[in-house]
Write a protein that binds this ligand. Structure first.
Ligand SMILES: NC(=O)c1ccc[n+]([C@@H]2O[C@H](COP(=O)([O-])OP(=O)(O)OC[C@H]3O[C@@H](n4cnc5c(N)ncnc54)[C@H](OP(=O)(O)O)[C@@H]3O)[C@@H](O)[C@H]2O)c1
Length: 301
């Protein structure tokens, strides 16, 4: 039995589907049914269920984008720091493994070795955090939450980066790129939503060592490359405009933004394979479900 906090969310729904596909029983948890701010209430609930694993996919990410976290600081702190820390303490006390969904957004840029681009590893200290300014409020809180949860020796910190798949929606990175008035041409690691949750559950089912794991598809991709692929494969007519450079984009955005490259060597060493970003993007665009089609399908049902 798995307890899944935040089951109603973008990432939580992918966990629900994958748990069901693996025939792993799970209990979805929502704030409407449990007071997350009350230690005793959450402790008693987790203890009563006695799960083999607690997944925390709950959090406040801001809508329509992360700028909202600059304005709604209380929600950002409650959802992304206080609750993960409380839940982690509870899991530690009860000796129940915890999988906390974290984020690659705590890094900015990439490293280089002999001129080649290299991703940040789990050993690298976050460089887009309160201890390494500038950072967005959201990223600073996520980096701090990692520190707090990492104290729990039975915890996984699963870092996702710019999730996407074939389902067109406001959370999908490929959809976001299509809708931006202007695109910044940076390189990024990305996480296919289904690949991400599969890798998380593989780590747990393989009993991989606890700790931090970067979970993005292998490699990185440039936004202009993604735009070109989408124009060709989805027959998008729109002419995309680009910021002159990354600095001009960062000047216009309210919250500081980052793009980053992650290294997934640790995930592979743990025996969990994840396909390349090119392969995952290609398949997503091949199976692309535009939002109007999804809405129509929902209407038929
Ligand atoms: N999507 C991304 O681009 C992205 C990128 C990197 C990392 N992440 C991380 O992935 C996790 C899940 O994000 P998501 O994209 O699935 O977000 P989401 O779609 O907004 O879902 C999160 C769920 O958390 C619950 N929630 C909302 N506000 C909360 C709060 N203040 N306190 C506690 N729970 C709250 C809600 O469920 P109920 O209303 O049912 O309780 C919501 O459905 C978060 O930790 C986020 O930081 C997401």
């Amino acid at each position: 039995m798995v307890l899944l906090f935040g089951a109603s969310g973008y990432i939580g729904r992918a966990f629900s589907e994958e748990l069901a596909a693996r025939k792993v029983a799970y209990v979805p948890v929502s704030r409407s049914g449990l007071d997350y701010s009350n230690f005793r209430v959450v402790y008693d609930f987790v203890k009563k269920i006695g799960p083999e694993l607690v997944i925390n996919a709950a959090g406040f990410i801001g809508r329509p984008n992360v700028d909202q976290c600059e304005l709604k600081k209380t929600k950002t702190i409650e959802g992304n720091l206080l609750f993960p820390e409380v839940l982690s303490h509870i899991c530690q006390l009860l000796e129940i493994p915890l999988g906390q969904v974290s984020s690659g957004c705590i890094y900015s840029g990439y490293k280089t070795e002999n001129g080649a681009i290299k991703g940040f590893t789990e050993e690298d200290v976050p460089n887009f955090s309160f201890d390494s300014l500038p950072c967005s409020f959201y990223s600073g809180i996520k980096a701090l939450a990692e520190e707090r949860v990492a104290v729990n020796a039975y915890s996984y910190l699963w870092r996702i980066r710019a999730p996407f798949d074939e389902v067109d929606c406001d959370r999908n990175y490929l959809s976001k790129l299509q809708r931006y008035a202007k695109v910044v041409d940076c390189i990024n690691s990305l996480s296919h939503r289904g690949d991400f949750v599969k890798a998380c559950l593989d780590l747990w089912q393989k009993r991989a060592p606890y700790g931090k794991y970067n979970i993005s598809n292998v490699g990185y991709i440039r936004n202009s490359e993604l735009v070109g692929l989408m124009q060709r494969k989805l027959k998008i007519q729109k002419t995309f405009e680009y910021f002159a450079d990354e600095e001009s984009f960062y000047k216009e955005a309210k919250a500081p933004r980052s793009s980053c490259v992650l290294d997934v060597g640790k995930l592979h060493q743990a025996g969990v394979r994840i396909r390349s970003v090119e392969e995952a993007v290609d398949e997503s665009l091949h199976n692309w479900k535009p939002e109007h089609v999804i809405r129509a399908e929902v209407c038929v049902v």
